[in-house]
Write a protein that binds this ligand. Structure first.
Ligand code: SF4
Length: 280
């Protein structure tokens, strides 16, 4: 049995919140720089250069890269032999979020519910998903999700006959509907299969997946590349000003599904794709 202390989780989550909102992950920065070199439209290139400059200033001056510092989403992988000493895991994560958002003067964007809409004043609760795994590990993927992009996400329950062609058309239509709203270039996270809620969860995982990760499923890898080209041919471009760079990456996550269904969820992440891995 491995013991993990409550206060260590609080501290690491707090530091993760402070770092991810000011320090654009290297995978995203690298892709932005690569796309800026490839972009030949003058305005599109200028937009990408501004986005990169903004990320650099945020890192150097320790300031948030965007005013929307997001709602915190965590994917927890917890080994069966881990025991948290001193309190509950969810409480530790929320305490870390609360301290991080306070200390970093990060915008508190969470309201208590969609009807009363009273700000909780510390950006909690975080949305936490749990996976129980075999090893003695506690890994928390922490992401800050802005709602300019979250609001542009969609889910559709297709019949199987819609096939991959129907799925691709839907994904592209979601990106077209979103237009400049999610601050392109975007990351397109696709959840394929499962049921209604599983598809959405897969899409969120895909939207915050590291851009350097190569899909181990060859069919999905090919589909990701095809969609990336087709979405970039839509011409929406950086911040919607036109150009070749509408998406930085298309990521697909897949799961088993029912014989009668083809669930497809699309979760969009903006260029300020803040994610960080906490290992305890
Ligand atoms: S979509 Fe992203 S970059 Fe645009 S305002 Fe929201 S958090 Fe900021």
């Amino acid at each position: 049995m491995k013991i993990v202390k409550y206060e260590d989780i609080v501290l690491k989550v707090k530091l993760a919140c402070l770092q991810m909102t000011t320090d654009l992950p290297q995978d995203v920065q690298n892709k932005l720089e690569m796309m800026a070199m490839q972009e030949d439209g003058q305005l599109a290139k200028q937009m990408l250069d501004i986005i990169i400059e903004n990320a650099n200033i945020a890192r150097q001056e320790n300031r948030p890269m965007c005013q929307d510092t997001g709602m915190v989403v965590c994917f927890v992988k917890m080994g069966q032999n881990i025991q948290i000493e001193g309190g509950l895991l969810a409480d530790a994560i929320n305490e870390g979020v609360s301290l991080g958002y306070e200390e970093g003067y990060l915008r508190k964007s969470v309201v208590n519910n969609p009807i009363d809409r009273i700000n909780t004043l510390d950006n909690t609760p975080a949305i936490i998903h749990y996976d129980i795994v075999e090893d003695d590990v506690l890994i928390i993927e922490v992401a800050a999700k802005g709602f300019g992009s979250e609001n542009m996400s969609q889910l559709k329950m297709f019949p199987p006959a819609a096939g991959i062609a129907g799925m691709k058309e839907f994904v592209k239509q979601v990106v077209i509907d979103a237009g400049p709203n999610p601050c392109p270039p975007i990351i397109v996270g696709i959840g394929l299969g499962g049921d209604f809620e599983k598809a959405a969860l897969l899409a969120k995982k895909a939207a915050i997946r590291n851009l350097d990760e190569v899909n181990p499923n060859e069919k999905l890898l090919a589909l990701e590349k095809e969609l990336e080209v087709e979405i970039n041919n839509l011409g929406i471009g950086p911040q919607g000003f036109g150009g070749k760079t509408t998406t930085l990456k298309v990521n697909i996550e897949m799961f088993a599904t029912h014989i009668a269904g083809l669930p497809v969820a699309v979760n969009i992440n903006c260029h300020a794709a803040r994610h960080i891995k906490v290992v305890l």
